[in-house]
Write a protein that binds this ligand. Sequence first.
Ligand SMILES: [Zn+2]
Length: 277
Amino acid sequence: MKQLYELVESARDVIAEKLVPNYRLEDVYRAIAYAFVRAALQGKSGRFELLEPLEKIIPKPLLAAVKRELFGRVHSIIKQVDYLLSEDSPVLVHGEAALERVIEEVKREVGRVDYVFVYDSMSVIEQVAVSAFLKTQDVRTLFLRTFFLNPLGLTRFMTSQLPGGERQTLRRVAQYVASNLGAQLYAKSSFIDVSVHESGLLGVDEFVKRIDISRIAAEVLKASERGVVLVLSDHGYDVVLSRRGDYLYVVHGFQEGSVDDIALLLLSRISAFMRVG
Ligand SMILES: [Zn+2]
């Protein structure tokens, strides 16, 4: 079985080759999100009519291209994520929940970096879109074997592992990772997280409309002019089926049982590392 990072990179390559050159990056991003949500629905409820609001905001030829090129690959990614999050997975494959151990592994894989960029709530969906864009600009991205597992899907699961504990911030995580990897520069962005909180409940279609993926892609591209960049996040976000409202929404740290809703995609429990440049 292929490892998760290999599956992610193969999806990225197809997106870079077939989608980014032919469509607006915003639309490509929406189409990637669509592929993930659809693949998740397939396993859980199969109620594909819930995808209509998302389908409406994606150009038809792009939808067809995504079905043809991406569905199978995204399906494998989701299966592998489910496996990593399941209890059958060995404790230490290449996903870890202990921050210090993760940083050690990352250091072993990337060596020195110049710039550390932490995006609150960035999921593999945004990462794959940004990485595909960078590839079309001749900037190389490697997805690391190491993933950070965040069983709570919350920032504090990561920040509380820093020296100083509960009162730490994600900015401090950026600084901590930077100092461990010898990077002079670091930054943190809350832009995606703000969108999850402000628009997530309105529906996954509203959420993807809000995400300015070109801005993120441009930010990372600019950072890569200054050297090797490490892009990471504390957690991604979950896509949840609201039973009462009959629609799909986005949230992070979703816990089943508190409400009647069903988690389709638990991307807030896992985050990937990208080495750019
Ligand atoms: Zn948040």
